[in-house]
Design a protein. Structure first.
Length: 196
């Protein structure tokens, strides 16, 4: 399956990704993790992304699309993928659509993790990531509302969007995600196509 997690910063995309990739046996593609790794390695993408990430702004699409494009070429992605925090702009969504369409493997499901800003802020402030400073968290939320949230309409129109309540414990949230994933899996043809 190919699944996207969309949700504000702190909504639990990373936490739930770990569980869902274990459950489905598919790779986890987190653009945030890829960028943090690129920064550690001081690659050109990492250096270019630094200023945007430390200010809570989205990194420009070409940098993101290069990272994801390279990752999708790897053989493990043939079995499916969980996209965590990607796409985040309409341009990224359209590029992902084109890339998956050309491989004949469209998205199966987009899951919105819906959570109030206050709870997101509370969860992020319990962590010590570099971009979890108050002014940066506020900017990350603004970026989400302005640039990423409009994607919900885009995916709703395509009939692939499911929204779940991301409040409660991680286990409670995962049960909701599992119900949606299992429901969608039941409607997909078996791997390898329908036999006659
Ligand atoms: P990214 O790394 O994707 O960060 P984010 O979207 O801001 O979200 P977080 O990772 O902080 O939160 P999350 O939803 O994963 O929640 P988590 O599980 O960690 O992006 C970072 C930056 O990279 C962006 O600002 C941007 O600059 C750039 N970037 C990345 N992708 C990009 C793209 N596609 N385009 C352009 N730029 C891009 O949980 C948060 C905390 O809450 C944790 O401490 C966790 O333990 C806790 N928690 C989780 N679930 C629960 C629960 N149910 N109850 C209580 N606590 C919980
Ligand atoms: Mg995350």
């Amino acid at each position: 399956m190919r699944i996207v997690f969309i949700g504000p910063p702190g909504s639990g995309k990373g936490t739930q990704s770990e569980r869902l990739v274990r459950y489905l046996g598919i790779p986890h593609l987190s653009t945030g993790e890829m960028l943090r790794q690129a920064q550690l390695e001081q690659s050109s993408a990492g250096v270019l992304a630094q200023g945007y990430m430390s200010g809570g702004q989205l990194v420009p699409d070409p940098i993101i699309l290069t990272l994801v494009g390279e990752r999708l070429e790897q053989p493990d992605c043939a079995s499916g993928a969980l996209f965590d925090g990607f796409p985040r702009t309409l341009g990224q969504a359209e590029a992902l659509h084109d890339s998956l369409f050309s491989r004949g493997t469209p998205l199966d499901l987009v899951i919105e993790l819906a959570l109030d800003d206050e709870v997101c802020l509370q969860r992020m402030s319990q962590r010590e990531r570099q971009d979890d400073r108050p002014e940066v968290m506020a900017q990350r939320l603004r970026s989400y509302w302005r640039q990423t949230r409009p994607l919900l309409d885009y995916y709703r129109r395509q009939g692939v969007l499911e929204s779940i309540d991301a409040s409660g414990t991680p286990d409670q949230v995962f049960e909701r995600i599992k119900a949606v994933v299992d429901g969608r899996r039941g409607t997909l043809p078996p791997v390898g196509g329908v036999s006659s």
